[in-house]
Design a protein around this ligand. Structure first.
Ligand code: 2RA
Length: 336
């Protein structure tokens, strides 16, 4: 039977991408409900050629809903989780609210699909940087076990929301117009600037974003002892993340085999032209589904380690696409 689907946080960048993907992928939507804050209520969005009005979220919003795709932040997800669960709907949550809850599967469909059916009404979408990394680590570790990962990220403004994307463009233009000297842009402005990810610092002096990569990757790969360290950086790019990854295995991993395995891995593409020194860039992946990988090479300092570079669209596979793919995993088998 056609499904009643609600998008919670439909006015945000990820919410809008969710809507586009449900249409693009012909997800079996019988009825669509767009939910947002009072501020966005009344806005009109288009779905499959029809206009859908955004509604303010209330306790009655989830009645008779089959699937909630939530992307309105952790506090909103926490606020409505119990109401959603009592309605019997499946909640696929893009926020970090429940990712480390032992009763909540944390899913990358190409990596751990079988964990999804263990849900008790809520499935969490991993952090964008984690999704991109796990998609690449999983096929490799299945071939030769991974011992340790060192990753540095180059994260786009979109990870901080639509406002941050607008600010990047606006302040960059102001600097170019000479209105704002480079030295005077906001302390955390991305205009001709980059900065260590400014999520809250933990007691170990890692930021929250870095610890998400550690903890979420361990959960998704089912390896609580996995050794991983991360440095997360915000860079002046609009909507695609990049990551430099060093992966140490239990024994040498032939580079040629790594290329072959990743080339054959779902959701991953090899994008490079060594003769022209051409490797994945954010603009190559923006608006596209795959994670692009390039410059896989033997670590010259460690015979058991490989280095590689990846780029992926933060809003798409880093959030909305992964969530829709999780929903597709769980479509009722008897759906006409
Ligand atoms: C960031 N990963 O890029 C976060 C947002 N989901 O800041």
């Amino acid at each position: 039977r056609p499904l009643t689907v609600a998008i919670l946080g439909s006015s945000g960048a990820v919410g809008k991408e969710l809507l586009a993907l449900l249409e693009e992928r012909s997800f079996p939507v019988g009825k669509l409900i767009l939910l947002a804050s009072h501020r966005s209520a009344g806005d009109i969005q288009s779905f499959c050629g029809t206009e859908v009005k955004v509604e303010e979220t209330t306790k009655d919003s989830f009645k008779n809903v089959d699937l909630i795709l939530a992307s309105a932040g952790s506090s909103i997800s926490r606020k409505w989780k119990d109401t959603i669960q009592s309605s019997g709907a499946l909640m696929i949550d893009n926020s970090s609210a429940f990712r480390m809850d032992e009763n909540v599967p944390l899913i990358v469909p190409e990596v751990n699909p079988s964990d999804a059916i263990k849900h008790k009404g809520v499935i969490s979408n991993p952090n964008c940087t984690t999704i991109l990394l796990a998609l690449v680590l999983s096929p490799l570790t299945r071939h030769i076990p991974i011992k340790r990962i060192v990753v540095s990220t180059y994260q786009s403004a979109s990870g901080a929301g639509a406002m941050a994307m607008e600010e990047l463009e606006k302040l960059s233009q102001e600097v170019l117009d000479g209105k704002t000297p480079k030295s005077k842009v906001l302390p955390y402005s991305l205009a001709f600037n980059l900065f260590l990810h400014n999520s809250p610092l933990q007691s170990n002096n890692y930021c929250e974003e870095e610890m998400k990569m550690v903890n979420e990757t361990r959960k998704i790969l089912g390896d609580p002892e996995l050794s991983l360290t991360a440095t997360c950086v915000r860079v002046p790019v609009l909507r695609a993340h990049s990551e430099s990854v060093n992966i140490e295995f239990t024994k040498p991993f032939p580079v040629k085999e790594a290329y072959e395995i990743l080339e054959a891995s779902p959701g991953v593409e090899i994008l490079e032209d060594l003769e022209n020194n051409r490797f994945p860039m954010p603009q190559d992946v923006t608006g596209r589904d795959p994670i692009s990988v390039g410059r896989i090479r033997q670590d010259i300092s460690n015979p058991n380690a490989l280095e590689l570079w990846l780029c992926g669209d933060q809003i798409r596979k880093g959030a909305a696409l992964n969530a829709v793919q999780i929903a597709e995993l769980l479509l009722p088998k008897n759906y006409e």
